[in-house]
Design a protein. Structure first.
Length: 202
């Protein structure tokens, strides 16, 4: 009668033989790569914002030496960066605390919505005071701003309306009902505008 041990070990021996045929040593299963020591990160500086950050916030990556804009509930902070990377707070602009996407930045310009339903466009120079280019009253709070430096700043509101504002002077170009609240920014692709809503529509 066949030994139970032999019945188990035979297929295992065949499997190891197959590994050898494929050019793999059976000892490879037992070997581990040597541990690689990585240097520990060191905290160089820390700046107090006075508010929790958004779970989701717009990307505000800037070129070296350019100002950095950080959105938090109720405000957008503009920081200057020193040569050693430290941040110095330059300005605080009021923003809508309920709109995580109520800010959009392109180059040295910042579009921002506040809790009063006002959309404004600011110039953020490398040094000195910020410049207000225009301000537009929408009459209702904004849930998101879509803008990538093009001719239209797209403001979605709590009532489910999307309004296109001229990035030149803030004039209203058109407005449309979108069937729901849009917390994600509208996107322009050629001559089309796409916006997704909480009502599961696009």
């Amino acid at each position: 009668m066949t030994s139970p041990l032999k019945a188990v070990t035979t297929p295992l021996s065949s499997a190891l033989g197959l590994c050898a045929c494929l050019g793999l040593a059976s000892t490879a299963f037992a070997q581990q790569p040597p541990a690689v020591e990585r240097p520990l990160a060191e905290l160089r500086w820390q700046s107090e914002l006075g508010a929790e950050s958004f779970a989701v916030a717009p990307s505000t990556a800037a070129n070296a030496g350019a100002p950095l804009v950080v959105p938090v509930p109720g405000a957008a902070y503009v920081f200057d960066r020193d040569s050693d990377g430290r941040l110095r707070k330059r300005a605080r602009l009021p923003a809508d605390s309920a709109a995580a996407r109520g800010m959009a930045m392109s180059g040295a310009e910042l579009a921002l919505a506040d809790r009063l339903g006002t959309v404004s466009l600011w110039t953020v120079p490398a040094r000195g005071a910020l410049g207000l280019r225009w301000r537009r009253e929408l009459g209702e709070r904004v849930t998101s701003l879509g803008w990538a430096g093009g001719p239209l700043v797209l403001a979605a509101t709590w009532s489910g309306r999307l309004t296109a504002l001229s990035s030149e002077n803030g004039a209203s170009k058109w407005s449309a009902e979108i069937g729901g609240r849009a917390e994600a920014p509208a996107v322009v692709d050629g001559g089309a505008v796409y916006v997704a809503t909480k009502a599961r529509t696009l």
